[in-house]
Structures are given as C-alpha cells and as structure tokens.
Ligand binder design. Structure first.
Ligand code: NAI
Ligand code: MG
Length: 356
C-alpha cells in the first residue's frame, strides 16, 4: 500500500515526521513517498500543488497531509497561495466527504470551555458534504431586484441545491462510518423551511433502507446546534450539508478546546482519502519543536481505518495516544499544572513506545 506524505509548511513537517515514525512502528510494509505542497511547493517548484505532487497523490492509496500556509505568502496572487493546494487536491481527487471526529479524552476535560461532565469522554463524528449546497450553486451574484417589495434595489443571491446522487453518496458514507462506531446517524437539515433539505431528508431516509442495523434520526440544524452544546454526547455520527457542516464541525471542534488533538479525513467514492489535522500550519510556533503531533498521528489512524482497511492498527494507535495522555505527557497547548510538559518529538517517541 502506498501512502503519499505531504508535510507542507510551518509545523507541517514537524508533526508529519512524528506520524510517519508512528506508522513505521506498526510493523506493516507501507510504501511512503514524500512531496512538497503549499508554500513548500511554491518555493521548490513555483506552484502550491506541483504536477509531481498531484501525480503522487493520485497514484497513492491515501494521502497524509500536514498543513499549508504562511503569512509570507499573503502577497501572492490567489492561485499561487498555499491554501489553493488543499482546494486543488479536493477537486482533483474527488473528495466529497469531510469526516471530523470531535473527541475529548477524559484526561483533557479541563481544556473545554464546557463543564467536564457535559464533554468528558465525548466521541462524535461529524460528516460534512464538501461539493454541493449554497457554496457552489448557480445562479449567484448581485443584481437589480426584478420584483416584489424591493424591486429596483440591488440584491445579493445564492442558490442552494443538491443533486440526488450527491445526497445518496454522502448518506452511504455516514451509514458505513456508523457501522464502524455506535451505529447511530443523525441527519441534520432544515426540512421545515428549505425544499433542498426536505429533498435531503427524503433521500437519506431512502438510503437508510439499506442499513437496517443503523439507527437514523433527523434533526433541524437549529436544534442540532443547541444539542451540540447542551448534550453533545448524545450524538454518534452527524451527517449534513456543506454549509451546516462547516458551522457545526467548527462548533464541535471547540467543544474539545484543543485544536492540536483533532484529526480529519476527506474521502472520495472509493474510500481513498486525504487525512490531515484540523488545525493549520501554526507559523507562530513553527520550528520551535513544541507543536502537538497528536492530531496528525490520529489522522494517520483514521487513514488506516477508512482507506487502508487496517482498523486494528488504527485502534492500536488510538490506544497508544490514550496511554501517553494517561502517563501525563502534554505538549504546551494542552499543558496544565501537575502534568509533564514535552515537545513534538518526545510526544511522538512516547506514542511509539506505547505501541511496543
Ligand atoms: P492554526 O490552526 O495554524 O493556528 C491557530 C492557533 O492554534 C495558533 O496559536 C497555533 O499556534 C495553535 N496550534 C495549531 N496547531 C497546533 C498544534 N498542532 N500544536 C499546538 N498549537 C497549535 O490557524 P491560523 O493561525 O488561523 O492559520 C495559520 C496558517 O495556517 C494560515 O496560513 C492558514 O491559512 C493556514 N491553515 C491551513 C489549514 C490547512 O492546511 N488545512 C487549515 C487552517 C489554516
Ligand atoms: Mg470552517
């Protein structure tokens, strides 16, 4: 199995090196090949997603991605900015399902802004559709309002739309992911107001007929937002559209209070995927050896589970991460009094030791 390693910028290379170290410690024979992406791609080859990097990503079974971006590239034209690499990879690889677990290890319950009893032990998965919805629907723009009470004024407008096949494929991803977890899916919509999301609800209900072993519940997005902060542990898998998912996944990430701990996956129709930490390139701490590598290490675990068919190895990594937290090891971003402060490499080494 071939894994493309794209470290990127800022802390990207530091955290990716630790995930590679952990993958190597599993005793599997992965073929890992590395390439430049983002600002590093621009610096080496004049483009954030150089052709050789894209070719490697396409030929691999999965992509492990660090992070891209640095303020020093802010003056570049948009097409050459580091962030274009991630958009280009999503498009070129057909990645339409964004999986973001929000997990709060009991040892880190103090990191959340919510009461420990509300969030301690939280383990939910938010699945956001990435290609459709109001973000890409046409027509869109600003025009002179053609009729109604605002006739003659300028108006801004966008189009919310979802094709049936887009809803079906994301629903399948959700039900299949639920089978690997607690077998419960909450589909979040606004079916009471929006035609698009009544259609969404009908199609998700239809796809559910193929998954009798998984429980399906429908919830309006406003209620879902409320429940996420009131009683987030009630959820298992949440599946929703692009815009609601954008908002709810950031909200869920913050329940845990520690961006350095959260992995993510973006999947195509054949379970090929790109795996990356939910955070960015953290230029403020790059090169200092203090970045938390656990989000990237946990992203590698997701890669084993969702793209490489190695769920047991994924479990091993996740157990090892729990062990190092139980040992009291903390990078500065999750440090609190009474624990042991460690750097990026020490944390990676500790996970490797826990694996053995
Ligand atoms: P960021 O996530 O890079 O950093 C936000 C804060 O969290 C910073 O204080 C940083 O030090 C801290 N942080 C992030 N990851 C950490 C880790 N593993 N360990 C310890 N602390 C960590 O977001 P920011 O500052 O908004 O963006 C910085 C750059 O990253 C920008 O160029 C942005 O465009 C890019 N970015 C890239 C993403 C990607 O590659 N997918 C996603 C988000 C931002
Ligand atoms: Mg967002």
């Amino acid at each position: 199995m071939k894994i493309a390693i794209l470290p990127g910028d800022g802390i990207g290379p530091e955290i990716t090196a630790q995930a590679v170290q952990v993958l190597n410690a599993l005793g599997e024979s992965f073929e890992m090949e590395q390439a430049e992406v983002g600002g590093a791609g621009y610096a080496a080859h004049g483009h954030p997603l150089p052709p050789a990097t894209l070719a490697l990503a396409k030929s691999a079974d999965a992509v492990l991605f660090g992070a891209v971006g640095d303020y020093k590239y802010d003056t570049l034209e948009r097409a050459l900015r580091p962030e274009q690499a991630i958009l280009g990879l999503r498009k070129e690889l057909g990645l339409f399902a964004n999986l973001r677990p929000a997990i709060l290890y009991p040892e880190l319950a103090g990191a959340s802004t919510l009461k420990p009893e509300v969030v301690s032990g939280l383990d939910i998965l938010i699945i956001r559709e990435l290609t459709g919805d109001i973000y890409f629907g046409k027509p869109r723009g600003v025009r002179e309002c053609p009729d109604g009470p605002f006739k003659g004024e300028r108006e801004g407008f966008d189009t919310m739309r979802y094709a049936e096949s887009e809803i079906r494929r994301i629903a399948h991803v959700a039900f299949q992911a639920a089978r690997k977890r607690d077998k419960r899916v909450t589909s979040v919509d606004k079916a009471n107001v929006l035609e698009t999301f009544q259609f969404w609800r009908d199609i998700v209900t239809d796809v559910h007929k193929e998954y009798a072993d998984v429980e399906l519940e429908h919830m309006y997005v406003d209620n879902a937002a409320m429940q996420l902060v009131r009683a987030p542990k009630k959820f298992d898998v949440i599946v929703t559209g692009n815009m609601f998912g954008d908002i709810l996944s950031d909200c869920a990430a913050m329940l845990t209070g520690s961006i350095g701990m959260l992995p993510s996956a973006s999947l195509d129709a054949n379970n090929k995927g790109l795996y990356e930490p939910s955070h960015g390139s953290a230029p403020d701490i790059a090169g200092k050896g203090i970045a938390n590598p656990l989000a990237t290490i946990l992203s590698a675990a997701m890669m084993l589970r969702y793209s490489l068919g190695k769920a047991e190895q994924a479990d091993r990594i996740e157990t090892a991460v729990k062990q190092v937290l139980a040992q009291g090891l903390r990078t500065p971003d999750i440090y609190e009094a009474g624990t042991t402060k460690v750097g990026t490499e020490e944390m990676g080494n500790a996970v490797v030791n826990a694996l053995r």
